[in-house]
Design a protein around this ligand. Structure first.
Ligand SMILES: *Cc1c(COP(=O)(O)O)cnc(C)c1O
Length: 379
């Protein structure tokens, strides 16, 4: 009879089979402090009041799932992930809906991809239902942090890391699964602006048989120098080419790419095929569906720098854009390469790029009917 409150809290929700979700008392910032952050959240700088944490130990499975106050982790200096990068992550968003509810976008797809990432890094997968339960629990607990302004969102970052203190090289026996949340402003607060890109000819992102098709931390560490080189060349972003021939376009930074051939309803969209070295983006997949519904032919195939350059020169390639959860759709304008620079279209965002961007944002923010069942209501 002493702990009925805690009992009712833990029995209200489960993380996974046999693992209850414990809800701790979380100190909350005042409405005023929250409003100040939400007025101009930027990206990835501010975090909500709570975080989700669950632990895993070999032989025991997942245990000790809890919503705790957001705060530092204490890690042994020998923690495996700090040395060997056995670490994966996901990125998705929660959107305030016009009826006052909150929804995430295709979170089952993130859960499934998280499982594939875990398997590639020899980590024990988080059960997909448990992944969804953790994300829902955090969004529900911190729903006051879901911004309501135009195109503002709550960015969610699930991640898993090896925490066994051991310097031997083998899959760790202990892991943490965490979810944190960060309010995000509109990506283009002053209107959509095309980015300039630099074709990376010195560095590659992913090679066949590597980890290019999963979201692991190491992929990003290995990309930073090329991104720095792009910035030194006066560009916003790096464009990755295939590892073997450096002929085919793969991705832009952490986003997938689309090329528009022709114009109007007859226009065809081409996106690099998933060869195993590209990350299968959920935004990419959603846009393939939306573009086909708008009557466009969409091809998934290899697309070379030559085809891009020649197409821009003869007018057959009219638009290029990148896509991903964080920025949704970003038009590509100028392209810089050792083999010669070129500019897509007239350097302003193209009509198909902007129409697809609006279609996707309208679904995510609940401004049009969700005919695909992509929105997942929280709470
Ligand atoms: C996450 C990611 C993307 C975009 O995936 P979405 O599911 O659309 O957010 C694209 N490329 C890379 C390398 C990524 O890590």
């Amino acid at each position: 009879m002493t702990d009925t409150l805690a009992d009712s809290r833990t029995s209200a929700r489960m993380f996974s089979d046999g693992v209850p979700l414990v809800v701790e008392d979380v100190p909350r910032r005042s409405a005023g402090e929250r409003a100040e952050v939400l007025a101009d959240p930027g990206f990835g700088r501010h975090f909500t009041d709570s975080m989700f944490v669950a632990r895993y130990r070999a032989g025991e499975g997942w245990y000790d799932a809890r919503l705790s106050p957001y705060g530092p982790l204490q890690l042994d200096p020998a923690t495996a992930t700090l040395h060997y990068a056995q670490s994966i992550f996901e990125g998705l968003k929660a959107y305030a809906q016009p009826d006052g509810s909150v929804a995430t976008f295709r979170p089952e797809s993130n859960a499934a991809r998280f499982t594939r990432s875990a398997k590639r890094l020899a980590m024990p997968p988080v059960p997909e239902q448990a992944f969804l339960a953790a994300v829902d629990a955090l969004v529900d607990a911190d729903r006051d942090w879901v911004p309501t302004g135009p195109d503002k969102t709550l960015y969610l970052r699930p991640y898993q890391l090896a925490v066994e203190p051991f310097l031997g090289v083998r899959p760790a026996h202990e892991y943490l699964f965490l979810v944190i949340a960060s309010p995000a402003g509109a990506y283009f607060p002053r209107g959509v602006q095309p980015v300039s890109v630099y074709l990376s000819e010195d560095y590659i992102r992913a090679a066949p048989g590597g980890t290019g098709d999963v979201k692991c931390a190491g992929n990003y560490a290995a990309s930073l120098l090329a991104q720095e080189q792009a910035i030194e060349a006066g560009c916003d972003q790096v464009v990755w080419l295939d590892a073997e021939e450096k002929r085919y376009v793969e991705e832009m930074g952490g986003m997938n790419l689309f090329f528009v051939l022709g114009s109007g309803e007859e226009a065809e969209l081409v996106t690099p095929e998933l060869t195993g070295t590209l990350l299968p983006g959920i935004t990419r997949d959603s846009l393939i569906t939306l573009a086909r519904e708008r009557g466009h032919r969409v091809s998934e195939r290899r697309f070379s720098v030559d085809e891009w350059r020649r197409g821009v020169a003869d007018g057959s390639v009219t638009e290029t854009f990148a896509c991903g959860t964080a920025a949704v759709i970003t038009p590509v304008g100028e392209v810089k390469a050792r083999t010669g620079d070129f500019t897509v279209g007239d350097g302003t965002p193209g009509p198909i790029t902007m129409a697809l961007r609006k279609s996707l944002l309208d679904i995510q923010h609940g401004r049009v009917a969700d005919t695909h069942g992509w929105l997942h209501r929280v709470g």
